[in-house]
Design a protein. Structure first.
Lengths: 295, 350
């Protein structure tokens, strides 16, 4: 029983981080219709950058972490300006492949700059474990969940009240109408990429403070895809709800299935099995909008 | 357009012919002579590169039918190659079937698995389909790694060399001829397939699948046919790769390979028969260049960071995909077309 509680808590907390990264995908998809398949690589790159700032350069947290956020903003702006801007209104095939190319490019850069296979960030959160009922949880998980929820609330407020946020929602709804109102759509695209990169940075820092920085961090990207597929591609609430579900199924499922199926790494395929099931049963996800196409 | 000026068609067969003029036939003959005598002047290293190019062309031609002609993006092509490789190796080593039977079975098996994972394509497209093919790749490789009793797990399975009848193709040269012949058949089949009723249906589905359905094209049948054909090619290529390298290992069929195949058809030119050939040759030669040059650069400039040799290849591949998509989305095939029409009118090109 204690084991189940333990799995549940860690699963929910990890799932919150997936939600956070998935939100970055949803923001970009809603505003510009680009499917960003380089999420995992962005997470990896930004985690390594954090490592450079905090461990290699030895900056204090209050200076290093804001620097990471600034770098993420800059990265998002550059990616949108240089790579995605020339491809506006291209078919979806090009938009997907260009992010695959970007993913490959980032992976190469990461290997060149940080050749070591793994590293761990300096401790961001206190060491002491917390007892919840009969489960023992390290504090990282709880902080991760808390930070995710706070960021989600901040983002919701931004989209609800900020002028730019409202414009972004409007763009998601009808791009041409927004353009006719005189709102600079390209600015909104670059804003959405900056958001995606910042969310990837925060997600990466949280993930690597739990499990260290490894090449395997790119798989968080794939997990984020299963989150958006389950939640629906164009739904913020969907991503926020689907994340903990995926995290829960992943940890609880792999924790118990490991007793029955002796094949290694069952954890890595669970999200894919979920994807296939969702695709066959409810292809547009829990909260996704099933757009009716015209010829 | 495609033909030199002054070429006239007097009957339908002439109009449909691939090779129209005497120059065409002469160039084809010259190319075949060069290809079939290649082992005479290629060293072993370049012969092995040529073998790899041939195998990749077969796989990428299949992907081009699926993605370039039918518009169904598949990022799991290496997974389907793995299915073919293991099918053929298991059939030839455990059940002692002849190599050619194993090869055909590999194609059919990969095609069937491809069709199963292609079923979601009936309801979803674009990003959703891309993700479900990534899932297919991950699940296939996971099964191969886990099902140790059949597939040998991480270490893989040893494969016997290819053989036809009593002739065992052990040397690099004989393997080169085998791959060359199969590649030519594959390209020829692909070229003709896209000119048939099925191929035209694929193009209609790619351009607008709703309109195609309204015009009476059975989407269910043709999309699954596209998956079957595309994955059949992949299975053949995978089986060849396993027999040539004497090993079927999950390492050969990683997710990064699937991404590279997509990159190859993009760079070569989507939806053209010649595109995959250009794309594959471009990528493989870039790969050779990088593996030859980067150690030299590393020793010449000691200031370069430590991971330079292993990281430069993916970086350049990614960069090539991005640059081609931005500056020449129609690929090398389009440039080739421009070049041909320019020299036909020379010196009066405009």
């Amino acid at each position: 029983m204690a084991q189940l509680l333990q799995f549940t808590i860690t699963g929910l907390a990890i799932g919150m981080i997936y939600s956070l990264i998935a939100l970055g995908f949803v923001v970009v998809w809603k505003s510009s219709g680009v499917a960003n398949l380089s999420l995992g690589q962005l997470v990896l790159l930004l985690s390594w950058f954090t490592y450079s700032m905090l461990a290699q350069a030895g900056l204090p947290f209050y200076f290093g972490l804001p620097l990471v956020i600034v770098f993420a903003l800059l990265l998002g702006w550059i990616i949108e300006r240089i790579i995605l801007r020339p491809l506006i209104a291209q078919p979806i095939l090009s938009l997907i492949t260009v992010t695959l190319g970007l993913a490959y490019f980032i992976e190469g850069i990461v290997v060149i700059i940080w050749p070591q296979s793994q590293a761990s960030l300096p401790r961001l959160f206190p060491m002491e474990t917390v007892h919840i009922g009969s489960a023992v949880v390290t504090q990282e998980y709880l902080w991760a969940a808390l930070i995710s929820v706070v960021l989600f609330i901040l983002l919701s407020l931004y989209f609800r009240y900020n002028r730019m946020g409202i414009a972004m929602r409007a763009t998601a709804d009808d791009q041409k109408a927004v353009q006719a109102c005189g709102i600079p759509v390209t600015k909104i695209f670059s804003r959405s990429w900056m958001f995606a990169c910042v969310l990837a940075a925060v997600g990466g820092i949280l993930m690597s403070s739990i499990g260290g920085i490894r090449q395997g961090l790119t798989e968080t990207g794939l997990l984020a895809f299963s989150v958006v597929i389950l939640g629906g591609l164009d739904s913020f609430a969907g991503a926020m709800i689907a994340g903990p579900i995926i995290g829960l199924v992943e940890t609880v499922g792999s924790g118990y299935l490991a007793n029955f199926i002796k094949w290694p790494e069952i954890r890595t395929v669970i999200p894919f099995i979920i994807i296939i099931i969702v695709m066959c049963v409810k292809p547009y996800g829990l909260f996704g909008e099933n757009r009716i196409e015209r010829i | 357009m495609d033909l030199p000026s002054g070429t006239r068609n007097y009957n339908y067969a002439e109009d449909m012919a691939i090779f129209r003029t005497k120059t065409h036939w002469f160039l084809l003959f010259a190319l075949l002579v060069i290809l079939f005598t290649a082992p005479l002047w290629f060293g072993n290293y370049w012969l092995s590169i040529a073998n790899l190019i041939g195998i990749t062309i077969i796989a990428v031609t299949g992907l081009n039918i699926l993605t370039g002609y039918c518009g169904q993006l598949s990022i799991g092509h290496a997974g389907f190659m793995a299915v073919g490789a293991y099918t053929s190796v298991i059939l030839t080593t455990r059940f002692n079937l002849p190599f050619l039977v194993g090869l055909i079975c590999a194609g059919v098996m990969a095609g069937i698995i491809g069709m199963i994972f292609g079923i979601p394509s009936l309801r979803v497209k674009g990003f959703y389909l891309a993700i479900s093919t990534i899932a297919a790749q991950a699940i296939i490789i996971w099964v191969i790694r886990g099902w140790t009793s059949v597939t040998g797990g991480y270490t893989g399975l040893e494969a016997s060399p290819a053989s036809i009848g009593n002739l065992i193709l052990k040397s690099q040269t004989s393997e080169f001829f085998l791959i060359l012949i199969i590649t030519i058949i594959a390209i020829f089949a692909a070229k003709n397939l896209v000119r048939t009723r099925v191929g035209r249906a694929f193009v209609a589905i790619r351009d607008n699948d709703l309109a195609a359905e309204v015009m009476g094209i059975n989407l269910f049948r043709y999309k699954l046919t596209a998956f079957f054909i595309g994955c059949f090619f992949a299975g053949i290529a995978g089986a060849l790769l396993a027999h040539i390298s004497r090993l079927a290992s999950p390492e050969y069929f990683s997710f990064t390979n699937s991404v590279l195949y997509i990159g190859m058809i993009i760079i070569g030119g989507l939806g053209t028969t010649i595109g995959p050939i250009f794309g594959v040759i471009f990528f493989q030669l870039l790969n050779v260049l990088v593996t030859k040059l980067s150690p030299a650069l590393q020793s010449a400039f000691p200031h370069l960071p430590g991971g330079f040799t292993s990281g430069i290849a993916p970086m350049l591949f990614g960069l090539a995909i991005i640059l081609f998509l931005i500056f020449e989305p129609r690929g090398i095939a389009h440039r080739w077309q421009l070049f041909k029409s320019a020299y036909r009118f020379w010196p009066f090109s405009y």
